[in-house]
Unconditional design. Structure first.
Length: 269
């Protein structure tokens, strides 16, 4: 494990219900056999590449704690850029309405509602279990009254909704990893939900472009479309958005310098 020491500290602290700092302040504390048994089981599971976030039951995203389990992807720092892009575009609006497609844990929609107290959001996912996790996180952060959850693929649940044609933004972290990608970590491939990770066929932009096409009927004129892409896909994604008629198409890099979020505005004419 690349982060073996950090992982061990997090797991031991979780088992003992301590902050990590307390491990050093209580370095000489003897452990009961029951405590050791819990720690050994956590270490065994981590040795089988179960993500740490699943073992402790939560992950921080945008400085907020989110409940996670194997029904949803583990929130990642690069996805925070999607929230930053949306906040920058929407913060001047009086009461923005957004859709988060493939909401998973709800980290994007819930964070956005936390940052924009007058906003409303639609969280969409094909998996009922993911919607349950998103609902729990919305309740946890006090935004459930402004989040409407829908079961369905892409933007289909909003085709007959009163907000159709009025949305100020459509956001998504869609599946974009090819199934035969050899760089996918074992823990990700073995434990995180494949429907949220992998795209069938050879086009990593397949789902993203389906969302972009459907968003043309869902967004208000000039509304924001923004989605996450994988390494090397940003330029092609921009070209395809322009071909669909989107304006002001651009991309933004994550902290690793990878062009990670592609965005554009729906046609105003």
């Amino acid at each position: 494990m690349d982060s073996a020491r950090l992982d061990a500290e997090i797991l031991v602290a979780h088992a003992l219900e301590l902050e990590r700092l307390q491990l050093y302040l209580q370095f000489d504390r003897p452990l009961a056999e029951a405590e050791l048994a819990v720690i050994r089981e956590l270490v065994r599971k981590r040795g089988a590449h179960v993500p740490v976030a699943y073992l402790v039951g939560e992950r921080e995203f945008y400085s907020l704690p989110f409940t996670v389990d194997e029904r949803v992807l583990v929130p990642r720092p690069e996805t925070e850029l999607l929230v930053e892009t949306a906040v920058a575009a929407l913060q001047a609006l009086e009461a923005p309405v957004v859709a988060d497609v493939g909401t998973g844990s709800g980290c994007v929609a819930v964070t956005l509602l936390h940052e924009l107290p007058a906003a409303r959001a639609h969280g969409i996912d094909v998996e009922a279990g993911a919607l349950e996790v998103a609902r729990a996180n919305a309740e946890r952060h006090g935004v459930l009254d402004r989040l409407e959850l829908h079961a369905g693929a892409c933007l289909a649940p909003l085709e007959r909704h009163p907000d159709r044609g009025r949305l100020d933004a459509v956001l998504s972290n869609p599946p974009y990893i090819l199934e035969d990608d050899p760089t996918v970590e074992q823990g990700v491939r073995d434990h995180e939900p494949h429907t949220a990770l992998f795209v069938e066929g050879g086009d990593p932009l397949l789902i993203a472009l389906r969302i972009a096409t459907e968003a043309l009927e869902i967004l208000a004129p000039g509304g924001l479309l923004a989605f996450e892409v994988g390494l090397g896909s940003a330029e092609e994604a921009q070209r395809r958005l322009v071909a669909l008629g989107y304006e002001h198409v651009t991309s933004a890099p994550d902290l690793a310098g990878i062009e990670r979020v592609v965005s554009g505005r729906s046609p105003t004419r």
